[in-house]
Design a protein around this ligand. Sequence first.
Ligand code: NAD
Length: 330
Amino acid sequence: MKSDKIKIGVIGVGHLGQHHAKHYNLIKNITLVGVYDTDPNRSKDIAIQYDTKSYDDISELMKICDGISVVTPTKSHYNVAKMAIEEFDCHVFIEKPITETIKQANRLIQLSKIKNKIIQVGHIERLNPALRVLEKYNLNPKFIEIQRLAPYTIRGTDVPVVLDLMIHDIDILLSLVKSDVKSIHASGVSIITDSIDIANARIRFNNGTVSNITSSRVSRDKVRKIKIFQENLYTTVDLLMEQTEIYSITKDPSIIPNVLQTKPFTYNNNKKFIAYQKPNLKKNDLLGLELKNFVDSIKGKDNPIVNGVDARNALDVVIKINNMILEDLN
Ligand code: NAD
């Protein structure tokens, strides 16, 4: 550490970066030492708002930091993160997607190992309580259906919908299925922008799990839903509402805790029950939790919930999906 208290800086304080500054300002026993943005007026405004210093020179800020958040547009993630790790020995939190290319992600991972620095990546949904509650269940999915729909906004349209939205769900999918990807089929269309606005991917894993994922940035309403089916269990996860419903098939519902409803049925002359649970979930500020996880990981008290390798693996699948969609259109 460069001093007793962990020193954090935020690079890029636009729409999301301002919230990084806000949260770091609230985390105890660390110091938000400064912010830097290529737009100096924005940098000054955010520095005043969160009681920190605005830097005109990125090196001057990195020099005094133990960790930095990289919240710039995706095309600059690699250069900013590389500079922070290689030249200034900083731990880095990089917003998703980690980089534009797999080669860049691999280089950052390699540098972080050489320099013994943490890379954490902002796949924030992994902290969603609606997903985390499933850690208590013995998940072994056979089929996973994921839908993420969002109304159109200009933000995020610098990249295809697969890299902007679907990457969240690919990361979740890879965390749920402990097996390698066997095959991918994908298709997509442009509706508003010059790149892909609606995409669908069917992914099969070596262990037989099948998934079907749809992402769209042309929707009236926001939808972020996951349905997981496995032997004797079906669950629906609403990431937006932070609610999870679990239906278990059992001979004896009394062994399942907090069952709200049971429904009997008979199959092959065996009487069974569908037991319904809807756990009470505490809503949390996910970004606050994510940045606390980064700080605790720097302190050696925790590990990043999504590290550079996880993020690289999600990017790898997403790039394959995107290439497949483009080939399909030609
Ligand atoms: P934004 O355009 O609102 O903000 C980006 C800021 O970075 C701007 O203020 C810009 O002036 C500044 N900037 C540009 N290049 C820079 C550089 N080289 N050095 C320093 N500052 C620079 O974008 P945003 O919506 O805040 O998105 C930022 C990143 O966060 C993107 O990678 C995006 O994919 C990611 N993001 C993640 C989530 C999530 O759910 N985890 C949500 C939204 C955005």
